[in-house]
Ligand binder design. Structure first.
Ligand code: FAD
Ligand code: NDP
Length: 368
C-alpha cells in the first residue's frame, strides 16, 4: 500500500495498490457494517443517492440486537424530532424502516472478517469464512458501535436501567434520580464529566475511585473535586447493588486498602469506567488509537485506508450520542458517494452518462 500523506493528526491514508477480483457471489458499491444510528443514517443517504447500499445489521453482534445500543434502553429524550421522547427500540425500528423505504438491502448477518489490502475490499459473513466465500465492495462504512464497560456486580442485573446506567447524559434527568443521592464509578474524564453533569439533578454525587488519584485531566479533576455537591470516595470500590426489588436504593462499598465494607444509600449508579469500541474486526488493518477506537482524519469519516470510512461510537470516544453517531453516518455516506463518483469519472470504461452524479450540492465545495 502506498501512503497518501496528509499529515493531519497522524492519520496517514493509504491506498491499496493491488486490484483484486470482484466477488462472483456479491459485489456492491457500498457496504455498511452496523445497524445503529450511524449505520442507518449512512444507509438512508446512500439509498436516496441510488447507490443501493447493503447494510449488515448483525446477529447479536457485539452483544447487541440489530438496531444497536438504543435497543437496550427505555426512553430517549434528547434526540431532536421527538418532543415527547421515544422508546429506544421504537426509534431504531423507525431508522430501519427509513433505510428500507429508500431501497437499502438489509441483511441480518454479522461480518466476521474483512480484507482491506486490495480493492475492491473483501468481506465474509459469520459461518461463511472460507477464503473462497468472499464478497466484495468498492467502499465500506464501519459503524459497529461500542459498548460501555460494566462490572456485573451482584444485584446489577436486577437494577440495570432501574437505577443503574452507563450514560448520565442519556438518563440523568429521569425522575427517579431527581434530588436523590447518586454514585458514579470511575476516575477518568468521563467520570468527571458525568458526575459534574449529574449535580444538576442530584442532591449529592459520590464518585467512587479505586485508587487515590484521578485519571481525569487536571482541569476536569479540579472542577470535580471542588464541586460542593460532589464527594470523591478514594480507594473505594462497589461490591454489591441493593434495592427494593424494583429500584436501586444503595451500594455496598469496600475500602481497597483496609478492606472494610460499608453501605452507601444512593438511588442511582452510573458507570464511567470506559467503553469498548467494536473494532476487533478491523484491528491490524485500520489505524486505531491507544484505546482501540478507529482513527479518522479530523473533520471527516476517512480512515487510514482510502475507501473505508468509520462512523458512530466506533470512532468517537468523546460524545457517544445517537445524534452525533447519526451525524457522522451522514458524513461517511457523503464521502463514500463522492469517492465513488470521482472514481467513476476517472474510469474510462464507464461512459460519461453512466457516471454517478451526487444529488447533493455539497460536493466540490471542499475539494483540495
Ligand atoms: P451502536 O448503537 O453501538 O450499534 C452498532 C450495531 O452494529 C449493533 O447493533 C451491533 O450489533 C452491530 N454490529 C457490530 N459489529 C457488527 C458486525 N461485525 N457485523 C454486523 N453488525 C455489527 N444516546 C443518546 O443520544 N440518547 C440516549 O438517550 C441514549 N441512551 C442510551 C442508553 C443506553 C442504555 C446506552 C447503552 C446508550 C445510550 N445512548 C444514548 C448512546 C447511543 O446509544 C449510542 O451513542 C449510539 O447508539 C451509537 O450508535 P452507533 O451507530 O455508533 O452504534
Ligand atoms: P478512562 O479509561 O480514561 O478512565 C476509566 C476510569 O475508570 C479510570 O479512572 C479507571 O481507574 C476506572 N476503572 C476502570 N475499570 C474499573 C473498575 N473495574 N473498577 C473501578 N474503576 C475502574 O475512560 P474514560 O471513559 O473516562 O475516557 C476515555 C477517553 O475519552 C480518555 O482519553 C478521555 O480523556 C476521553 N474523554 C474525554 C472527554 C472530554 O475531553 N470532554 C470526556 C470523556 C472522555 P484507573 O485510573 O485506576 O485505571
Amino acid at each position: 500500500m502506498s501512503p497518501i500523506p496528509n499529515g493531519v493528526n497522524g492519520v496517514s491514508v493509504s491506498e491499496p495498490q493491488a486490484h483484486g477480483p470482484k466477488s462472483q457471489k456479491k459485489h456492491s458499491q457500498v457496504v455498511i457494517i452496523g445497524s445503529g444510528p450511524a449505520g442507518h443514517t449512512a444507509a438512508i443517504y446512500l439509498a436516496r443517492a441510488n447507490l443501493q447500499p447493503v447494510l449488515y445489521e448483525g446477529m447479536l453482534a457485539n452483544g447487541f440486537a440489530p438496531g444497536g445500543q438504543l435497543t437496550t434502553t427505555t426512553d430517549v429524550e434528547n434526540f431532536p424530532g421527538f418532543p415527547d421522547g421515544v422508546r429506544g427500540p421504537e426509534m431504531m425500528d423507525k431508522f430501519r424502516a427509513q433505510s428500507e423505504r429508500f431501497g437499502t438491502e438489509i441483511i441480518t448477518e454479522t461480518i466476521a472478517r474483512v480484507d482491506f489490502s486490495q480493492r475492491p475490499f473483501k468481506y465474509w459473513t459469520e459461518g461463511e469464512e472460507e477464503d473462497a466465500d468472499f464478497m466484495t465492495a468498492d467502499t465500506i462504512i464501519i459503524a459497529t458501535g461500542a459498548s460501555a464497560k460494566r462490572l456485573f456486580l451482584p444485584g446489577e442485573e436486577t437494577y440495570w436501567q432501574s437505577g443503574i446506567s452507563a450514560c448520565a447524559v442519556c438518563d440523568g434527568a429521569v425522575p427517579i434520580f431527581r434530588n436523590k443521592p447518586l454514585a458514579v464509578i470511575g476516575g477518568g474524564d468521563s467520570a468527571a464529566e458525568e458526575a459534574t453533569y449529574l449535580t444538576k439533578y442530584a442532591s449529592h454525587v459520590y464518585v467512587l475511585v479505586r485508587r487515590d488519584e484521578l485519571r481525569a485531566s487536571k482541569i476536569m479533576a479540579k472542577r470535580l473535586v471542588a464541586h460542593p455537591k460532589v464527594t470523591v470516595l478514594w480507594n473505594t470500590v462497589a461490591t454489591e447493588c441493593k434495592g427494593d426489588g424494583e429500584l436501586l436504593t444503595g451500594l455496598t462499598l469496600q475500602d481497597t486498602k483496609t478492606k472494610e465494607t460499608r453501605d452507601l444509600q444512593v438511588n442511582g449508579l452510573f458507570y464511567a469506567i470506559g467503553h469498548e469500541p467494536a473494532t476487533s474486526l478491523v484491528k491490524g488493518q485500520l489505524d486505531l488509537d491507544e484505546d482501540g477506537y478507529i482513527r479518522t482524519v479530523p473533520g471527516t469519516a476517512q480512515t487510514s485506508i482510502k475507501g473505508v470510512f468509520a462512523a458512530g461510537d466506533v470512532q468517537d470516544k468523546k460524545y457517544r450520542q445517537a445524534i452525533t453517531s447519526a451525524g457522522s453516518g451522514c458524513m461517511a455516506a457523503l464521502e463514500a458517494e463522492r469517492l465513488i463518483s470521482e472514481e467513476e469519472a476517472e474510469d474510462e470504461s464507464i461512459p460519461a452518462e453512466k457516471v454517478h452524479v451526487p444529488a447533493e450540492g455539497y460536493l466540490g465545495t471542499d475539494k483540495e
